[in-house]
Design a protein. Structure first.
Length: 216
């Protein structure tokens, strides 16, 4: 424990930088994935065939091992941020897309008919009625994708990606040296702690952005 604490104190500046880069990469990737997934979900949710095709495609991407996907992206995007963010966006699509489709499809048709009855066109109904009602489901998908991306990003150190994965990989590659275990352990603990903090933030966002009637 003393060795672990000493390592944290001695490397605190680098740990803060790596933590910031890790969270930043995850948030940016999930944000891009959320935009893409919500747009696709809004386009396909009315068709069971299109919904199934979109979900199946995103599911197929998720089954590709992260090392393999990064290896396939490196020849085209090089090392670093490019393949890392691309891989995270691809992996983050499924939970958000699936929850978007479920959320939109579960809106009561009577509410939609009432909105149409007062003169709203399809786009206004989607933006002002369906999306707000589906938002809790969408946010749940975003939370799942964020938690998943926090762990996947650690593996992206293989492609020289940013974040705490480099700390873990370096520690594991130096097993037997005094700082090897503390290095890998600190990187792992920080990822878990940061993931829990982000999830708590999303819970608060959900409380402030979801109307009380929907929450209740």
């Amino acid at each position: 424990m003393h060795t672990l604490w000493t390592f944290v104190v001695d490397r605190r500046a680098q740990l803060l930088t790596d933590s910031y880069l890790h969270v930043s990469a995850v948030i940016q990737s999930v944000l891009i994935a959320a935009i893409v997934a919500v747009v696709i979900g809004a386009l396909v949710y009315r068709s069971s065939l299109a919904s199934s095709a979109a979900t199946a495609t995103a599911s197929a991407i998720l089954t590709v091992p992260s090392f393999a996907l990064l290896g396939l992206l490196i020849p085209f995007l090089g090392l670093g941020v490019g393949p890392t963010v691309t891989a995270l966006v691809l992996y983050a699509l499924l939970p958000i897309l699936r929850n978007t489709i479920i959320g939109l499809a579960s809106v009561d048709p009577a509410i939609i008919d009432a909105a149409r009855g007062v003169g709203m066109n399809r786009l206004r109904v989607l933006a002002r009625i369906e999306m707000p009602l589906a938002w809790p489901s969408i946010l749940t998908g975003i939370r799942v994708s964020t938690q998943m991306s926090m762990g996947i990003l650690a593996i992206a150190a293989y492609a020289k990606g940013p974040g705490l994965g480099n700390l873990i990989f370096t520690g594991l590659s130096r097993v037997g040296s005094p700082n090897a275990v503390p290095q890998a352990l600190v990187g792992t603990i920080l990822i878990v702690v940061l993931a829990l903090i982000l999830d708590g933030i999303f819970v608060l966002i959900g409380r402030f952005t979801t109307s009380r009637g929907i929450r209740d």
